[in-house]
Design a protein around this ligand. Structure first.
Ligand SMILES: [Ca+2]
Ligand SMILES: [Ca+2]
Ligand SMILES: [Ca+2]
Ligand SMILES: [Ca+2]
Length: 318
């Protein structure tokens, strides 16, 4: 019984680590796997705080980090019964993710001073000029030169394709909502095909349109000579066979990639909430007190052991 539960928890943890990430940063996440402990905590912090706040906490001394966590716990406990339930935590995680996405889109919309004529939309030409304008002065050979399989030209074409998919109109102009979808397409159903394609292009080194087990592994682990594969890589190969390659042909096709990055009936926020409750619930009553959370504060928030006084003044909500 325990073993069965433990295995399914491992599976859930595995899925949230690899699946919840944005496809374009999958390679980076996988590299961090080499330092598994750090990677897991960073992921938890990002989900719990939002990526922006998570960075702020990383620069705080432990005492201040704990104090702010206490303030957050009071906010999460919306029915004020002194306990954080999984459902409350799930809602909080959804809220921080939404806030991060909205803040990011607002910042980029302003930063590029898009929509100068204030008609509520931005055109592809405006965006292209702002983001890729530097290419006008470049040697065409440099634009097409590939670095790690990518050139400026491929990035531009990829953005163009994503832009068209984010548009619900003519494919040329985006509203602010559509621009948000362009920047953060991962959970938006109409962006599914584009997200699958980008994931495929990121990992498909031999460009045969499918992902082999070696490409899948190579994306997260660089084999060095005379080194035996670590256990986690061996088990990743097993995961590929058992859980990814559904038709057993040795490759991931687009449907299989889709199932990998956005599995059906899987709620990232809920999985992360369950994971946090499981890890911090010392008395095993399936809910968390403030003390339980503060005792495991490094699971929820990051902090620096050194004192950075100026970081304390960054945010006034505390
Ligand atoms: Ca509560
Ligand atoms: Ca391939
Ligand atoms: Ca297959
Ligand atoms: Ca408890």
């Amino acid at each position: 019984m325990f073993l069965k539960y433990h295995l399914s928890l491992l599976l859930i943890l595995f899925i949230i680590k690899y699946v919840a990430s944005k496809p374009e940063i999958v390679p980076d996440l996988h590299k961090q796997h080499l330092n598994a402990e750090h990677h897991d905590l960073q992921y938890d912090h990002d989900k719990f705080l939002g990526e922006d706040e998570s960075k702020v906490f990383d620069s705080l001394p432990p005492e201040e980090s704990k104090r702010r966590l206490g303030v957050i716990v009071d906010k999460i406990d919306t029915n004020n019964d002194g306990f954080v339930e999984t459902e409350e935590l799930k809602k909080w995680i959804q809220y921080t993710q939404r806030r991060y996405i909205d803040d990011d889109a607002t910042r980029q919309w302003k930063q590029h001073t898009f929509d100068r004529d204030k008609n509520g939309t931005i055109s592809w030409e405006e965006y292209k000029k702002n983001t890729y304008g530097f290419m006008d002065d470049m040697d065409p050979r440099d634009i097409e030169r590939e670095d790690d399989g990518f050139s400026y030209k491929t990035m531009l074409n990829r953005d163009r394709r994503r832009w068209a998919a984010a548009s619900t109109g003519d494919g040329e102009t985006l509203t602010f909502e559509e621009f948000t979808v362009f920047l953060h397409p991962e959970d938006v159903p109409r962006m599914r095909n584009v997200v699958v394609l980008e994931t495929l292009e990121d990992i498909d080194r031999d460009k045969d349109g499918k992902i082999s087990v070696d490409e899948y592994i190579g994306d997260m682990y660089k084999h060095s000579e005379n080194e035996e594969e670590p256990d986690w890589v061996v088990s990743e190969r097993d995961v590929f066979k058992k859980f990814r390659d559904h038709d057993g042909d040795g490759f991931l096709n687009k449907e299989e990639i889709h199932e990998w990055i956005t599995p059906k009936d899987f709620d990232h926020a809920e999985a992360e909430a369950k994971h946090l409750v499981f890890e911090a619930d010392t008395n095993e009553d399936n809910r968390l007190t403030k003390d339980e959370i503060l005792d495991k504060y490094d699971l929820f928030v990051g902090s620096q052991a050194t004192d950075f006084g100026e970081a304390l003044t960054k945010h006034d909500e505390f």
